[in-house]
Design a protein around this ligand. Structure first.
Ligand SMILES: [Zn+2]
Length: 90
């Protein structure tokens, strides 16, 4: 029980909110701060919250939405899917 007059407050969420932005050329960023001023700052820099349609120059993975800049990057990404499917076969 709480002493009379005390109000139970939720513990403040200290972890900063983060999200992925999209550069004007369509490439996603790493998760960046997304609270108030940061969001405004990134948007004013030309970053978007959604990938601009048809502007992605990279190679898109046929199995998921992952985009990479090179064939080598796609190859190493696809290895992840191959490993996943091997586990499912077991
Ligand atoms: Zn993929």
């Amino acid at each position: 029980m709480l002493p009379e007059g005390m109000i139970l407050e939720p513990i403040r969420e200290r972890r900063a909110e983060r999200r992925v932005y999209y550069r004007p050329d369509g490439y996603p960023t790493l998760p960046l701060r997304a609270d108030g001023l940061f969001l405004q700052h990134y948007l004013s820099k030309g970053f978007a919250l959604k990938s601009p349609e048809g502007k992605v120059k990279g190679i898109r993975c046929p199995l998921c939405d992952f985009v990479t800049e090179s064939a080598f990057g796609l190859q190493s990404h696809l290895r992840k899917h191959i490993n996943e499917s091997k586990k499912e076969v077991k």
